[in-house]
Design a protein around this ligand. Structure first.
Ligand SMILES: [Zn+2]
Ligand SMILES: [Zn+2]
Length: 505
C-alpha cells in the first residue's frame, strides 16, 4: 500500500514537471512565432540579415511548438510514449551544443541553457521509464518496440559512425569546402549585370547617425539602363555595395545630398575600391551642392598615402594612378520647384532639387526619370514643398523617416539615467527631419505609387518595432509602405506600372 502511494506521488510530480516543460516549450514556440528577434537575443541567434527573420519564425518556432505539442499530448493523454518525440529532439539539441563546445572554440555562453535542457531530458526520460515499468508489456508503445529493434540499432550505429567520421576529418572537409566556396564566390555570376532594362533602386544603407547593428549608413544605388549612380555614401555602405556585387568601376557618379557625416563618411573607401578593385581609368565623379570640392579634396588627401601603396602593390594593370581618387563637381540649384537637371540622355534625366535641412544649406534631393519610370530620393529634410512638387506622381519615393514618439521615450530614458547628450540629441533632431506620418502625408499629396522609409531614426533593433515606427502612416497613405532595410532592390520595368521588390544582399 505504502509503495503504491509513493509511486502515485512520484507519478504526480513527474506529470506536473513534464506538463511544465511542455508549457515552457509552448511559450518559446509562440515567442519565436510572434516576437522572433526578441526571443533570438536569448539564444544568441539574431539573424545577420533581415531575411533571417523568416527562419526564426519558421524553424525555431516549429522546433519549440513541435516539442511542446508532443510533450503536452504525452502528458495529458494516455499516450505517454509520445514523450519520446521531445526526448529525441532534446537529445539532438544537447548533442549539437556539446559538439559546438568541443569544436567551435567559443566560450560556453549557453551552459545555463544546456543545464536546463539536460534537466528537461532527465525528467521526460524518468517519466517514460516510470510509465514503462508500470505498464505491462502488452501495452508498451510501438515506438519503444521500434527503438529496441535490430534495424533501428543498426541505422543509429551507422549515423553515429558517420557523424564521428565527419568530425574526425573536419579539417579535410573544411579545406575541400573552401576550394568550392572560394571558386564559387570568385566565378559567381554577376546578378547585377543581368538585371533587365529598367529603373532599379537598391538600398545599400538605410541607417542614420545613430548606431544600428542592422543598418549601414545611408546609401542608395540607382541603375537606369546602362547608367549607374550612387546616392550618398554613409558609414560602412561601400561594403554593402560590394556584397551586392555592384560594379564600382562602372559608376557614372556619386551624388551627395549634403555633407553630414552619415552621408559622406565612406566616400574615401568608395573612391579607393572603385579605383583599385574596379580598375577605373579616371577618377570617380562626385557631384554635390556647394562645398563638395572641399569634401572630395579632403578625402583625396586623406587617402593619398593608400593610393601610393595600392599602386606599389599592384602596378598600372590594377591601379593606374590616373584613375585614383575623386573629382568634385558642384550643382547649383536655384529654382526650388523645377530643380536643376544636371544629367540627361534620350532616356534618362536626373534632377537635383532643394530641400529644407537647415542649418545645413544647401541640402538637396534627387529625382531620376527613366523610360516612363521615376524615383525621388529625399536626402535629409523637413517636410517641404519642393520635394512634394518633385515627387508628384513618382513610382517610388524614398523618404527619410523619424519616429517622434519612439525618440521621446529615448529622451526620457536618457534624462532619467543622467545621459544628457542622449536626452538633448534625441530632442534636437526632431527639428530637422521628417516624421514618419508626415512622409506618409507627402506620399498621399503627391500621389506616389510606393513609399519607402529609410534613414531610420531611431534604430529599431527588431522587426516587432516596425509597426510602432510606421505608426498611423497607413491612415494617411493608402499605397504600399516599405520599411527600408539594407539589401532590398526595387525594379521598375520600362513603361509599366509594376514595382518588383526583391532581396539583393
Ligand atoms: Zn543630415
Ligand atoms: Zn542623415
Amino acid at each position: 500500500m505504502k509503495n503504491k502511494a509513493g509511486a502515485n506521488r512520484l507519478e504526480s510530480i513527474l506529470w506536473v514537471l513534464s506538463g511544465g516543460i511542455g508549457v515552457i516549450f509552448l511559450f518559446l514556440g509562440l515567442g519565436f512565432l510572434i516576437l522572433p528577434e526578441v526571443f533570438a537575443i536569448a539564444f544568441f541567434a539574431e539573424p545577420a540579415r533581415a531575411v533571417g527573420i523568416n527562419s526564426l519564425r519558421g524553424d525555431f518556432g516549429a522546433l519549440f511548438l513541435g516539442m511542446s505539442f508532443f510533450c503536452l499530448l504525452g502528458t495529458l493523454t494516455s499516450y505517454r510514449w509520445l514523450l519520446l518525440v521531445p526526448i529525441v529532439f532534446l537529445g539532438f539539441v544537447i548533442t549539437g551544443r556539446l559538439i559546438s563546445f568541443a569544436v567551435d572554440g567559443l566560450p560556453m555562453v549557453m551552459a545555463g541553457t544546456l543545464i536546463s535542457e539536460l534537466m528537461f531530458l532527465t525528467v521526460l526520460i524518468l517519466y517514460l521509464i516510470f510509465y514503462s515499468l508500470k505498464s505491462d508489456s502488452q501495452s508498451s508503445s510501438p515506438v519503444l518496440k521500434v527503438l529496441y529493434s535490430r534495424q533501428f540499432l543498426v541505422i543509429a550505429g551507422i549515423v553515429i559512425v558517420l557523424v564521428a567520421g565527419a568530425f574526425m576529418s573536419h579539417r579535410q572537409i573544411a579545406t575541400r569546402l573552401w576550394e568550392k566556396v572560394a571558386s564559387g564566390r570568385i566565378s559567381r555570376q554577376n546578378v547585377f549585370g543581368e538585371l533587365p532594362d529598367g529603373l532599379h533602386v537598391g538600398l545599400a544603407g538605410t541607417g542614420s547617425p545613430m548606431p544600428d547593428a542592422k543598418r549601414k549608413g545611408v546609401c542608395t544605388f540607382v541603375k537606369a539602363g546602362k547608367h549607374l549612380f550612387i546616392v550618398d555614401s554613409g558609414p560602412g555602405s561601400t561594403l554593402n555595395l560590394e556584397l551586392m556585387q555592384i560594379p564600382l568601376g562602372d559608376i557614372d557618379a556619386v551624388l551627395l545630398t549634403h555633407f553630414h557625416s552619415d552621408h559622406i563618411a565612406a566616400i574615401g573607401e568608395l573612391m579607393l575600391k572603385a579605383w583599385a578593385n574596379g580598375v577605373r581609368k579616371n577618377p570617380l565623379k562626385i557631384i554635390g551642392p556647394e562645398g563638395v570640392d572641399t569634401v572630395v579634396n579632403g578625402f583625396n588627401q586623406a587617402f593619398s598615402f593608400d593610393t601610393k601603396y595600392r599602386h606599389a602593390h599592384h602596378g598600372d594593370a590594377v591601379a593606374p594612378l590616373e584613375g585614383a581618387g575623386g573629382t568634385p563637381e558642384t550643382i547649383k540649384v536655384f529654382n526650388e520647384d523645377k530643380g536643376t537637371v544636371f544629367f540627361q540622355t534620350n532616356d534618362l534625366k536626373v534632377t537635383a532639387f532643394l530641400v529644407d535641412h537647415r542649418p545645413v544649406e544647401p541640402a538637396i534631393g534627387f529625382r531620376f526619370d527613366y523610360k516612363g519610370r521615376s524615383v525621388v530620393i529625399s536626402g535629409d529634410t523637413l517636410p517641404c514643398d519642393s520635394l512634394r512638387h518633385q515627387a508628384e506622381g513618382v513610382d517610388l519615393l524614398l523618404h527619410e523617416a523619424l519616429q517622434p514618439e519612439m525618440l521621446r521615450v529615448m529622451n526620457q530614458a536618457g534624462a532619467a539615467s543622467g545621459r544628457e547628450v542622449v536626452a538633448n540629441v534625441s530632442m534636437d533632431i526632431l527639428t530637422y527631419h521628417t516624421f514618419t506620418e508626415e512622409a506618409a502625408r507627402i506620399a498621399r499629396d503627391a500621389n506616389v505609387r510606393h513609399l519607402v522609409l529609410f534613414h531610420i531614426i531611431p534604430p529599431t533593433p527588431a522587426a516587432v518595432f516596425q509597426s510602432a515606427f510606421v505608426g498611423n502612416s497607413k491612415k494617411y497613405y493608402k499605397g504600399p509602405i516599405t520599411f527600408g532595410v539594407d539589401g532590398l532592390l526595387f525594379s521598375m520595368p520600362p513603361n509599366s506600372t509594376k514595382i518588383l521588390k526583391k532581396w539583393f544582399l
